[in-house]
Structure formats: structure tokens, C-alpha cells
Design a protein around this ligand. Structure first.
Ligand SMILES: [Zn+2]
Length: 278
């Protein structure tokens, strides 16, 4: 009841309608760390069809070695990440969240129109397949071997691919590693990733962030949606200072976002309902 009262109070104070979808270059400019924060906000508060990690899962089967791998992984900035629920879609035969698939189709059409032929070669990956991949890249039990594997490969439970919203791009006839040096990447990344942003994608592991898990990965992008990129991360207002209803109203006004599906008035953003439900 308290939450309902707060929301009703907040709605009375909200007078600004949500902005239209962007088709201009008016996106905010983000640093690498701000892209990371936007992603965390997206998977925590906004994006549907995700379930929180249930904790660490075995990696190699050797408990001591797994503990050491985790220690080194945490030092590199790896964290447990949410996993996609049921109902994944696909694009070009690659499983991914339906919203990411639709956005990829739009991005692909725009890219092709300008002569860029990059393809999506990986998106959703389960913790089980991540375990298989990591173990196949682990070349020994020394700290050096562990760190070498973690430079490029996540341990199961920590990959953004578990969400189904992360896509790996590959230059036509090329490899992941080459992607950052291609004209296709330059097209995506120009003007603070304008061509990625206008379809709802942001860089997953930008090159100006330290301790984010793997080394920078210019080929990986995550879909967070255009409206989220437009409004950014909602301000956090101190409810004790501003008053609870005013605080919520100010947060909504700072980031209207997509309205919650079950809000008949279309005024309460989904991210706010998600946060209040926690
Ligand atoms: Zn990837």
C-alpha cells in the first residue's frame, strides 16, 4: 500500500511525457564506465526475461583449482551475471533475446546499405556451454595459465552472453580478434558508437575500462534499447531530503523509459516497478 501511495503521489507530480524514440544524433555521450553502468542498470532494472544468477557453478571439477580460478577472475573484475529465461528468439540461426534479434535485423539492414557486411556469430550461451568453452581454453593449472584463459574467456556464470542480449560480431571472412581493426567496427564506433546506439546497442567491454573481466572486446555489443540509451541512468534522489513522492517523481522525470506493461496510464517506467519490487 505504501508503494502504491508513493506511486500515486509521484504520478501527480509527473507532467513531462516520455520522449519520442530517437532518430537523431542527440544521444548522450558515454564513457566506457558509463556504458558499463548503463548495462548494469539495464540487466538489473529494465530488461525482461532474465533471472538472477543462482551462484557459482563448478568449472573444472577440481574444487581447489576452481577456487583459485575464481580468485583470479574476481581480481580481473568478473562477476556473476543473470541468465536468460524461456522464450529466446533467434536471428541468422543464432539464438538470442527477441528484442536483440529485431534490433540486429535493423542494424544489419543499415550496415548493408552502407556497404558493411559484418555478421553475428554468437549471442546466447548457457553456463554449461560457457564451461565447455572455458575448459577448452585453459592450458594448465598455474596462475599464468588461468589468467591467460581469463583474458579472453569468461568462466561459467559470468558471461554477458548468458543474458541473450550480448552479440559477437565478426567481419565477413574474418575473426573476432580482427574485428576492431575493420571499417565495419569503425562504422559502429564512430561518434561515440552512434550507429550501434541508434539500434539500441552499446559496446560490451569498451577499451577504456579497467578490471571489467576480459580484456576489451571490440566485437561484442549488448542490446539495452534505444530509450534507455537516450535517457541514461536515472538519478538517485535522496528520499529523506526530497520527500518520498517527490523523489520518485524526480527519478521518473530524469529517465521516463518504457512504461510498465501493466500500467494502464503508461506513466510508471518498468525500471521503477522492478526496483520497488525488489
Ligand atoms: Zn562475446
Amino acid at each position: 500500500m505504501r508503494v502504491v501511495c508513493l506511486l500515486l503521489g509521484a504520478l501527480l507530480l509527473v507532467t513531462t511525457p516520455a520522449p519520442a524514440m530517437a532518430d537523431t544524433a542527440d544521444f548522450p555521450i558515454y564513457t566506457g564506465e558509463e556504458f558499463q553502468a548503463l548495462y548494469e542498470h539495464a540487466v538489473t532494472d529494465v530488461l525482461p526475461n532474465l533471472r538472477a544468477s543462482t551462484g557459482r557453478v563448478p568449472i573444472t571439477g577440481d574444487v581447489e583449482l576452481d577456487d583459485r580460478i575464481w580468485e583470479i577472475a574476481l581480481g580481473r573484475g568478473y562477476v556473476l551475471r543473470p541468465v536468460a529465461g524461456e522464450g529466446l528468439g533467434s536471428a541468422d540461426g543464432v539464438p538470442m533475446q527477441p528484442q536483440a534479434a529485431a534490433a540486429w535485423e535493423g542494424l544489419k539492414a543499415a550496415a548493408r546499405a552502407e556497404g558493411h557486411e559484418f555478421v553475428v556469430s554468437s549471442a546466447y550461451r548457457s553456463p554449461e556451454s560457457q564451461r565447455t568453452q572455458f575448459n577448452s581454453k585453459l592450458r594448465g593449472a598455474t596462475d599464468e595459465a588461468i589468467d591467460a584463459a581469463l583474458t579472453w574467456y569468461s568462466i561459467p556464470g559470468t558471461s554477458k552472453h548468458h543474458s541473450g542480449y550480448a552479440l559477437d560480431f565478426r567481419y565477413r571472412d574474418g575473426t573476432f580478434g580482427e574485428f576492431g581493426a575493420t571499417p565495419d567496427y569503425a562504422w559502429l564506433a564512430a561518434d561515440n558508437y552512434y550507429n550501434a546506439k541508434r539500434f539500441g546497442f552499446i559496446p560490451s567491454y569498451p577499451d577504456d575500462v579497467s578490471a571489467q573481466g576480459p580484456n576489451p572486446e571490440p566485437w561484442e555489443f549488448v542490446w539495452v534499447g534505444v530509450d534507455l540509451i537516450e535517457c541514461g541512468i536515472p538519478v538517485q534522489v535522496d528520499a529523506r531530503a526530497a520527500g518520498p513522492a517527490e523523489a520518485i517523481a524526480m527519478e521518473i522525470a530524469s529517465c521516463p523509459g518504457a512504461p510498465a506493461a501493466d500500467d494502464p496510464l503508461g506513466l510508471i517506467p518498468n525500471w521503477l516497478l522492478r526496483r520497488l519490487a525488489l
